[in-house]
Every structure is written in C-alpha cells, then in structure tokens.
Design a protein around this ligand. Structure first.
Ligand code: UDX
Length: 435
C-alpha cells in the first residue's frame, strides 16, 4: 500500500518506519524543513533504541521517503496517518490546530480515495472535526478512523512490532478492511486488532494512561504511608502485584510520573469530563499526589541536612525515564529547581539528556557532568532521579571516597539499602525506611 504519515515526531517516525519495514511504501511528511533535511541526510531527530538502523534500511530499500511537500506525499496515497503534535491549549484542552491543518492539506492533495487515520492523541469527538474539514477540502472519497498510539518511549519499536493490542475506531467496512490488512503482520490471533466505534477508540488512549497514572500515584501515596508506619513499600508492592487482578507492572513508587503523555492525558480527561458536567475527582487526586511526589527528594534532603543552603547535591538521571533524552515534564526539573530554590548547588549527570538539560537549565548555575562520578565528586548527597541501568550498581567504595558526606537518596528504590548502609552510607528510599 501507499501510505503517508504526516508528522515525523516520535509517533509518526516510528509508525512510518515500522510500516515500511513490513513492506509498504511510506512517505513521511513534516512541515519543518530542517527535520526533513536531517532525515534525508541520514540523521534521526529523536533518540530511540533501534530506530536509526530501521530508518536507514528502509530508506535504502526505497520504501521510506521524507518530504515537506503534500503534493508529493499524497500522490497515490491510500492511507494517510495524522501524527502531529497536540500541545495542551488554553484551559486544558488539547490544541487541535495542527491536526486540523494536516487534515485540510491531506484533503486538498488527495489523488484517490483515502483512509485518513488519526494517530495523534486527541479528545473525543476530534475525528468528527477531521471529517468536517475533509468534507470541505477533499476531492475524492474518504474515511476517517481513530488509531491511538500506545508506544512507550525507549521501547517504541518493540511495542509497535509486538503490540499488546491495536485499537482502531472505524465507521465503515472499507476502513476496517484497510486497517486490518495494515496491522496483520504485527498482531496475533490471541491479540487481534480491537475494532470499535470512533469515540470509544479516542477515549481508550486517555483511559489507559489515566489508569496507569492512577496506579503510580496510588503507590506513591502508599509509600508515604509505609514511611509513617515503618513498613517497606517494596514488600507491599510484591505482595499486591502477585494478585493476578492487580499484576506487577506500573506499581513502582518513585519521584512521580512525567513525560509527554501521563501528565497531559490526566489533565485532558479531567477537562473532557468538565465539559460534559462531570467532575473526575479521582484524577484530581492523582495529579495532586504526583505534584507532591516530585518534591519528595528535595524534602528528604532538606530534612536530613536541616538546611540545603551551601550544600552540593549530585543528581543522577534527568530524563523523565531511562533510555530517552526526553525531559518533558520530567520530575528532575522539579527536583533541580527545588534544590536551587533552597540555596543548594546542583551537579547533575544523565547518559543522554545532557544537551536537552543544558538548554533547559541554561544560565541557572546547574553544573552538568560528563560522567556520573564527576557529578558525585565533593557532593554532600547523591540523589537518584532516573533509574538508568548504568546507575543500578554504583561503585560504593568509590563514591564514599569522593563524596563530602555519605548520603544516598534513592528516588527509584533500585539500590540495596543494606549494602549501602554496610558501605557506610546513610540511605533513604521511597517508602522503605521509616521517617
Ligand atoms: C506512556 C504510556 O505507557 C504509553 O502507552 C503511551 O503511549 C504514552 O505514555 P511513556 O510516556 O513513554 O509512555 O512512559 P512510561 O514508561 O509509561 O512511564 C511514564 C512515567 O511513569 C515515567 O515518568 C516513569 O518513570 C513513571 N513510572 C512508570 C513510575 O513512576 N512508576 C512505574 O511503576 C512506572
């Protein structure tokens, strides 16, 4: 099939590349000429394990093309994916201007009947707005469907190739047949494409992220209770996760959730609810607990030292999670700002987010170290914010030798408390060791 993907951001680039890999001819379009120039020169604008190799292979096989021209991208296109950004707009609504502009351009440049697929995360009812725009611009018959994305950053290729499920909202048999054919190589008999009405598909994406965010805030709240009661949240986590109705994933307490999806989607669900006169009270708490949790590390450090003024704090990990350089709504931002606000000096290291962090913290006195131990040198405490693999087994003797004071605050519960204490450190974990 001839496929067009509008938007070469995270979702668009992964989607386009994976469809090319399954043998289709895919043209990825972006209105940003710099991005397209970079892709055409062999570069990949985002960090995602395995993506660069797949892009190169499919470009070489001439199945994957990049352009800024709708005329070129839409020539003979049978399916067009809209995967452009939906930044939060005023009053918490997702801003649909890019989605609707893409729909208009797709309509204007269609050369044959086309299935237009909404892949961007958009509020319920957006497909109807896309259809209305297409009705005004399209010269050929069209179908609109919703196909929300569930990719996790850092595991996006694998998630696309072996999805837990594919959700597709359709309103016609033709769209259903086209989408079934496209996803056939990636789904299995026991996990087929879940076809449903368009509004339910649109809401499913938000419901999944809001539920996962709720689990995390629940566990962070439980961790706070464990600290007060002298229980170990890690044991409680194992104990409840073994119940098949609950399950183990997404029960890890930490420094709060971040990223481009969870915080935004939690807010979007509340906004959608408000528009129809409902108050999604539960999610308000999820958000409040998360805001508090992002301050946990700083509060722990402040309580330990009495005052952070003049102290040097080392921070390991800045990205909102490992294996990405993404710092959108990263808890590390709250942590670093909190430390600076309390008069501390901050020396941070992240394996890949250094450049992103340098821009973000520009001029604010944050020292970005090339290497984790350089960040810890002379520090009064080391704070673990993002659980990159390279931070999981620190050389405790080396740390002890270079730090000014032996204090470890583990925001992800990945270090062995007993080992840390045996090596002479004061160790704090989340919900693990009394107050
Ligand atoms: C998420 C969804 O998982 C994905 O399906 C959707 O398409 C986009 O949003 P992503 O934002 O890449 O993906 O990150 P994810 O791995 O889900 O983690 C989100 C945040 O939750 C991170 O900040 C992470 O550190 C935090 N988290 C996750 C916890 O604090 N505890 C956990 O147990 C799991």
């Amino acid at each position: 099939m001839n496929i067009t993907v509008v938007g070469t951001g995270y979702v668009g680039l992964v989607t386009g590349t994976c469809f090319a890999e399954s043998g289709h001819r895919v043209t990825c379009l972006d209105i940003d000429p710099a991005k397209i120039a970079l892709l055409n020169a062999g570069g990949v604008p985002i960090y995602e394990p395995g993506l660069e190799e797949l892009v190169h292979r499919n470009v070489k096989e001439k199945r994957l093309l990049f352009t800024t021209s709708y005329a070129e991208a839409m020539k003979d296109a049978e399916v067009a994916f809209i995967a452009v950004g939906t930044p939060p707009g005023e009053n918490g609504d997702a801003d649909l201007q890019y989605v609707l502009a893409a729909a208009a351009d797709i309509g204007r440049h269609m050369t044959r009947a086309c299935v237009v697929v909404d892949k961007s995360t958009v509020p319920v009812g957006s497909a109807e707005r896309v259809a209305a725009v297409l009705k005004d611009t399209a010269k050929h018959p069209f179908d609109v469907c919703s196909n929300p994305e569930f990719l996790k950053e850092g595991a996006a290729i694998d998630d696309f190739m072996r999805p837990d499920r594919v959700v597709v909202g359709v309103a016609s048999e033709h769209a259903r047949a086209v989408m079934a054919e496209l996803y056939a190589p990636f789904v299995r008999a026991e996990q087929p494409v879940l076809f449903m009405d368009i509004r339910s598909a649109e809401l499913t994406k938000y419901a999944a992220n809001a539920m996962l965010a709720t689990r995390i805030s629940f566990m962070n709240e439980m961790a706070a209770l464990c600290e007060k009661l002298g229980a170990d949240v890690d044991m409680v986590r194992r104990g409840i996760g073994s119940d098949r109705r609950i399950g183990h994933p997404f029960l890890f307490p930490g420094v709060g959730f971040g990223g481009s999806c969870f915080p935004k989607d939690v807010r979007a669900v509340m906004t959608m609810a408000r528009h129809v006169g409902l108050d999604f009270d539960l999610l308000r708490s999820v958000e409040r607990v998360n805001e508090r949790q992002k301050r946990w590390l700083v509060e722990k450090a402040a309580r330990h030292f009495g005052s952070l003024a003049g102290k040097t704090l080392a921070v390991w990990g800045l990205a909102f999670k490992p294996k990405t350089d993404d710092m959108r709504e990263a808890p590390a931002i709250t942590v670093v700002e909190g430390l600076l606000g309390n008069g501390a000096k901050v020396r941070a290291h992240d394996p890949v987010a250094r450049e992103v962090a340098a821009k973000l913290f520009h001029g604010r006195g944050v020292e970005l170290a090339e290497e984790p131990y350089a960040a810890a040198e002379g520090a009064d405490a080391l704070l673990l914010v993002t659980e990159w693999n390279e931070f999981r087994q620190p050389d405790l003797a080396r740390l002890k030798g270079i730090m000014r004071q032996p204090v470890l605050i583990d925001g992800r519960n990945v270090w062995d408390a007993e080992k840390c204490r045996a090596a002479g450190f004061t160790y704090y974990g989340v919900g693990r060791n009394g107050e």
